[in-house]
Design a protein around this ligand. Sequence first.
Ligand SMILES: Nc1ncnc2c1ncn2[C@@H]1O[C@H](COP(=O)(O)OP(=O)(O)OP(=O)(O)O)[C@@H](O)[C@H]1O
Ligand SMILES: [Mg+2]
Length: 383
Amino acid sequence: MNTPRAPDIDTAWAWLISFVPAQWQPSLGIAAAAAVFLWLLINGLKSVFELFNAIREFFRRGRERRAAAAEVKLPAPRVSIWNPDINSPPRPKPGGIPVITTANMKGGVGKTTFTANFAAYLDAKGKRVLLIDLDYQGSLSQTATAAAGSDKVASVVDDIITLGKSPTVILANAQSLGPVMPRSHILTCYYEFSDTEAHELVNWVVAKRTGQPTDDIRFRMTQFLSDDAVQRNYDVVLIDAPPRFSTGTINALCASTHLVIPTILDRMSVEAVIYFSRDIERMRAKLFPSLKLVGVVPTMVQYKTRLMPAEVSHAATLDRDLAQYWRTDRAVLRDAFVPDKSAFRAIAGSGIGYIDAGKRKYTLEVREIFDRVGKIIAERVRL
Ligand SMILES: Nc1ncnc2c1ncn2[C@@H]1O[C@H](COP(=O)(O)OP(=O)(O)OP(=O)(O)O)[C@@H](O)[C@H]1O
Ligand SMILES: [Mg+2]
């Protein structure tokens, strides 16, 4: 007995179209082929879309894992030497010129490079800049004076935090940065300043403990910068601080209207920014209640045109953890990033890239970077 067989596809198709009038049969063939093609196309696109979503989800989870790993747990804060009470403290001059300190607890993150190039940008835009170096290593002093063709680095900032010299006399020691930055001057700093800072601090602490009269060592820079000799002759003051809460750094923060925190976006550097911000928060109410954060400037970023994914994730951690200290959930200035460029390293201590980075091509690259970064910072400070 023959077992019934299923009809093959050709026979089934011939049988199916035998019901259709002959003149419609070719169109039916085309419509059927189009329907099959469309079905395959939709299914193919669906699979591609699902694959794309799976890849995106994989990277999103990776970013979340890295951000969670980067969460910083701070130890309990200690009592700060800088916290004794103050009677009617001097504050930055109301309506005065912007005083911008560049600071971070971490060393080698590009603070001085930022300050020097930002100053050169501002000078090129017609601003009269007073630069103040408070790091006894003198990096800013060497960088800026070398750019202006001089190698004279005396420690003249000492006079700001010791008593006895008037603001006019102190300013007379500021070095001109002409002809390359014709509107700007610098008050330089060198190794002697380390000793001066320690002396002044010890004298102040002893006087406080033994009840002797003393003026407040924390506000000597504030008094100097409030003077007309500074306010009338400059449009802006930029202070480069060392990576610690030294006598100079505390003076700078008390005297400043604004703070810029440059940082590399890696785990250790991000931790340092959080420590730094927490310590600032603890001193803020007494010492610098109106200090504003301009923002965290990402430095030495790996790509030329944007942050790479790991840096984006560290920026997100910083935004999240800094919100409690700075009343903003966008502390990191993502568009004001400074890419890693060997040109910066090559001229460290011997010039300012914005003015001359060795080769014309490199100088143009540095200018492009700091025209972008400088514009963002200047706008935020309303310069
Ligand atoms: N964007 C950059 N690309 C490459 N190198 C850089 C960049 N910025 C800074 N550097 C280099 O990194 C080193 C440290 O920079 P810089 O002195 O500006 O850091 P810093 O934070 O001021 O250091 P310190 O804490 O010692 O004062 C220098 O050699 C500098 O040339
Ligand atoms: Mg420095």
